[in-house]
Design a protein around this ligand. Sequence first.
Ligand SMILES: [Ca+2]
Length: 486
Amino acid sequence: MGAVVLLCFVFSMLINKSCGQLSLLQNKTSDKNGLLLSTVTGKLPKMLRDILKRESLERFSMLQKIQSLERKDQGMEAENAKLKRELIKMNETLQQEFGANNDVNLLAATLETALGVLNESSLQWTVISKLLTDNTGNYSDCWDILRKYPSLQGIDGIYEITIASKTKFVYCDMTTGGGGWTAIQRRQDGSTDFYRTWSEYKHGFGDPSKNYWIGNDVIYELTKNKDQELRVELQSFDGAEAYAQYSTFYVGDEDIKYRLTVSGYSGTAVYKYKDCATILLKNPGRKGKNGVYTIYLDGKQKKKVYCDMTTEGGGWTAIQRRQDGSTDFYRTWSEYKQGFGDPSKNYWIGNDAIYELTRNKDQELRVELQRFSGAKAYAQFSTFYIGDEDSKYRLTVSGYSGTAGDSMADNNGMKFSTKNQDNDQYGSGACATSYHGAWWYNTCTLSNLNGEYIYSAVSRHSRPTWYKWKDRWEALKQSLMMIRHS
Ligand SMILES: [Ca+2]
């Protein structure tokens, strides 16, 4: 396999990291005591390798910084000279005021060392920048760079290559499948317009550190020996990743309008996660990252949900979430069936969705509650599932443990009721109306988490309450009902 080509959509923070590292180095160089540079004098090539390897420092941003450093060089010289004068003056003052005191002599010696380092610092920068500049641009692609510098494996970033005797900055994936991939396209966000003309696509556009098209002439040059493979990497907004790989990939020159030859597919389809636990299982890096993710109910119906990736190992799919009063929960049967609200704040996932998620009867329920005082408690149920709409989403809930008390014991076996559909056990009225909510009411209830929100801890049964926690109808500030494989 020769050099290889990559279409890459991978999200990466390497650029920012690298700039951060470089500015650190830059600051240390002009550091008043110059100790960092004094310790590395004479080891510059090794230091450069270390920088490239450990800090993921990228040539592109580094060269830009060096150019800016060179512009600042005179300023630095002036600053050094000023510092030098101050040090000399300080030294003289010390000698005059304290004479031949040992401590003072020690201090003076330290000051003189510092002066020596200062004198060397700008010279050293010139050496560093020259070494870096001299080493760039002599490679035909990322594969070639990696072949000559195997220690760059794992260091994705911007590198300079030479194509048809012109240099070009490109993004190299030095990780995937051993690395050495040259990115011909990269999109990370919407900050670069890709709706461009023939000529722009011919020459390429954008910035390889973020979004770019390498240019059709370059793709032709890179692939004209017909020995390249193509890999397309994709990432969906909920973090799912997939790729497509083609064992043959090349384009013709401009005369034949860059005619494409692509074949020999292998790869993965985008995985449709069925719940938050599966997302976490397939993407362990999501642990601790609570937020909104996309799941596919029954492998088909797309749904945005809030995932708790923290509590007790994470992987919880939230079926109800209330954080404030900005969402009305006093809704109809049809709205509770479909679900409503915004998973990033307040929402009900939908009774059809709860049925789908719990139909295997293998889920547990965890209810997390917060009072306006900030105090928190939870109730966990080892068994939780509901029937389909024909059964009026009849609830099965049991196996309580926790700190909030079991306020759902009376709801076990009950049908769901809303303000426009009374399926409760209360003969002389509708609990959904008198409790201003929607729930699995019995002859009403000791839990009413879909009750009417209020911004204070008033005590009233029609509020979002969990009676057993404090043995009163205290209105709660927040609630989270979530399920996970038991
Ligand atoms: Ca009734």
